[in-house]
Structures are given as C-alpha cells and as structure tokens.
Design a protein around this ligand. Structure first.
Ligand SMILES: [Fe+2]
Length: 182
C-alpha cells in the first residue's frame, strides 16, 4: 500500500490514480450488496399477500416473460429495493441505485413508479389516481405505464409461478459490475 494522504488538499495525482483503480476493482462486486438488499426484502410483508422480495421477483418475472430487455428486467427486480431502507422515498432510492447501470428512460420508469401505480390505489388515500398525467408527453411515459399496469401492480400473487432470486443472480452480478459512469 502506497503512502497516501490524510487530507485532500495534500493529495497527488498518483494517489488518485490508485484510489480510482481500487474503486473500479471493488465495484466489480457491486452485485453482492444489491443481492443482500434484495434478500432483506423477504422480511418485509407489511400486510401484503406476498413479501417484498417475492413482489420484486414476480415483477421481474412478468417483465422478462413479456420480452422486456435487460435494463427493464434488472430495474423491475430492484424497483422496490429502496424499501429496505425507507418506504416513503423508496422510488428515489431505487432509481438512484440503478442510475449508473440503466438507460435514462428506465431510470425514470423507476423514479416515478409510485405515481403510475397510483391509478390502482391512490383513491384509497384521497390522492389523485391520475397523478401520472403530470408526466404525459415524456418519452418514457408509455414504458412507465406498462411497468405499473402490466407488471408491478399485478405482482402480489402468492400462487404465481415466480422465478427465484437465483434465476436473476447472474444478471445482477453482471449489471452491477459495470457502471456506465464512475
Ligand atoms: Fe412494486
């Protein structure tokens, strides 16, 4: 280990090159933490018919079986991963975790997914079920609608033939090893 700095204003270019190289190497194992977060969702049920890991797996299974591409499937799998930390802002947490690994429209699909889901339950909370309308015209509007209406909102079914986490593990490890930006 090379001698490195104790305060940034004394750092050198060489030290930053080493930090960069080690960061890239560690990032190759990014999937391990994501898988651990997903597994932790099995402890969250909160009155739903399935736990949150099953819900995420089922959403991804439906997306994959519908022919969705890699970015959409990984996002479907991780869309509620933020609930491992905090339910109120879970869409933002999940979207930011996914951001360096998926294309922009898929980031937005997750960032706003709660307002698209709202069509199916916001009326129970006195909120506008058509909250999605504020995004009408966005290039990702139809994708976000498809995600909510055809995959996410349907995926609380304990009897559905849901793929296990092992099915998605290679994809998680592959995607989270290679951020588009560092
Ligand atoms: Fe969901």
């Amino acid at each position: 280990m090379t001698q490195t700095f104790t305060r940034m204003d004394e750092s050198t270019q060489e030290q930053w090159a080493q930090i960069g190289a080690e960061t890239v190497k560690r990032q190759e194992h990014g999937g391990e933490l994501v898988l651990a977060m997903l597994r932790s969702l099995a402890r969250i049920t909160d009155g739903f018919a399935t736990d949150q890991l099953t819900h995420c797996l089922q959403t991804a299974t439906r997306a994959e079986r519908a022919g969705a591409d890699r970015d959409v499937v990984i996002a479907a799998l991780c869309h509620d991963i933020g609930k491992a930390v905090s339910v109120p802002n879970h869409p933002a947490i999940a979207a930011e975790i996914l951001k360096p690994y998926v294309r922009d429209e898929v980031y937005w699909m997750i960032r706003v997914h709660q307002d698209f889901q709202g069509r199916h339950y916001y009326h129970h909370f006195g909120q506008d079920p058509e909250a999605r309308e504020k995004y009408r015209g966005e290039p990702w509007f139809d994708l976000a609608a498809k995600f909510a209406d055809e995959w996410d909102q349907l995926s609380f079914d304990p009897d559905y033939d849901t793929e296990p986490l092992e099915h998605f593990e290679p994809l998680v490890n592959e995607v989270f090893a290679q951020p588009h930006m560092m």
